[in-house]
Design a protein around this ligand. Structure first.
Ligand SMILES: C[S@@+](CC[C@H](N)C(=O)[O-])C[C@H]1O[C@@H](n2cnc3c(N)ncnc32)[C@H](O)[C@@H]1O
Length: 298
């Protein structure tokens, strides 16, 4: 698996940071360039070709980034993101994402086409991914949908989806937030750090006529307020480890969290991490080498 670490910040600060990131192993590349969305911004992309290197390098890089932020009194600081390049999906308009399909029996995902009318059908979700992740084809998304469906059907659960407030942290196209409403949630909030993906999610919410019930916000935890009955987070392992600490604080006492996006081989570390944060792993699910957990507050 290859991982991409991307660091973005003011162009001058990025140039300074670039000078400090000289000593990395040859498996990593640095490509300083001007950000294409904001001319004032620069971006460094480093590719790590294995997960062992990723964890080690990420901690060194984070240290250098923090040191540079302090030296330059940067506020806000650099934005670091990690993307698992194995997380690729069929692109919008490709033959693999052209036909409606049923990731789970109760939901049909309909790829957007200009000939389509907007839908309020309780089973159908229209998705136009643009460049965002979340068509429903990836095993990590499929795991989330499968678990949500189980929770929705299990009336013995304190935190059933019906009437719930749901958070989709790292919402990509907004698919899980929209699916939550189709499964009976009252409202959903989708949070997405990538501006293009957040725009795609807002557009998808509109295509499904759910703007009154699904609130898409661009950003990360800083844009989240309140507590949720169900928190969904399908994120790469290293991002789950960096951002997962804040999940318990945003759960209602009887709430549940679903995390996905890590490999079966990472499940043990993931379980220890989340148990340290005060959560109990109630079930583990796996599909095609990917894993997901359901968790409650201890
Ligand atoms: C694997 S995709 C999941 C998309 C969708 N929820 C699904 O299950 O298919 C993860 C998404 O999380 C976003 N992301 C990564 N780090 C984030 C953070 N700190 N805060 C919010 N979103 C983040 C990424 O941009 C990406 O769109």
């Amino acid at each position: 698996m290859q991982f991409e670490i991307s660091i973005e910040g003011p162009f001058r600060a990025i140039s300074r940071l670039n000078g400090k990131l000289d000593s990395f192993s040859p498996v990593m590349k640095r490509i300083p360039m001007r950000g294409y969305e904001n001319r004032e911004k620069g971006r460094i992309i480093i590719v790590a070709s294995s997960e062992d290197i990723l964890d080690q390098e990420l901690s060194v890089i984070s240290g250098i980034v923090t040191e540079t932020e302090r030296a330059l009194s940067l506020d806000p600081g650099f934005d670091i993101r990690v993307r698992n390049l194995a997380y690729s999906e069929p692109s919008a308009g490709s033959s693999q994402f052209a036909e409606p399909f049923n990731p789970i029996p109760s939901i049909t995902i309909q790829p957007w086409g200009p000939e389509l009318a907007l839908t309020t059908d309780p089973k159908t979700i229209i998705i136009d991914p643009h460049h965002a992740f979340g068509t429903g084809k990836h095993p990590s998304t499929l795991l989330c949908l499968t678990i949500m469906n189980l929770i929705a059907k299990d009336t013995s659960q304190a935190s059933n989806i019906k009437g719930c407030k749901v958070l989709d942290f790292g919402c990509g196209t907004g698919l899980l937030a929209i699916a939550a409403i189709k499964m009976g949630a009252e409202t959903a909030m989708g949070v997405e750090i990538d501006a293009q993906a957040a725009r795609a999610a807002k557009n998808n919410v509109g295509l499904n006529r759910l703007s009154q019930r699904v609130d898409i916000r661009e950003g990360s935890w800083e844009v989240v307020n309140g507590k949720f009955d169900l928190v969904l987070a399908n994120l790469v392992a290293s991002v789950l480890l960096r951002t997962g600490k804040l999940i318990p604080g945003h759960l209602t006492p009887s709430g549940a969290a679903v995390i996905s996006g890590f490999g079966e081989n990472q499940a043990r570390d993931m379980k220890s991490f989340f148990e340290e944060q005060g959560l109990t792993v109630t079930r583990q699910f796996t599909h095609k080498g990917w894993s997901a957990f359901t968790m409650n507050i201890k």
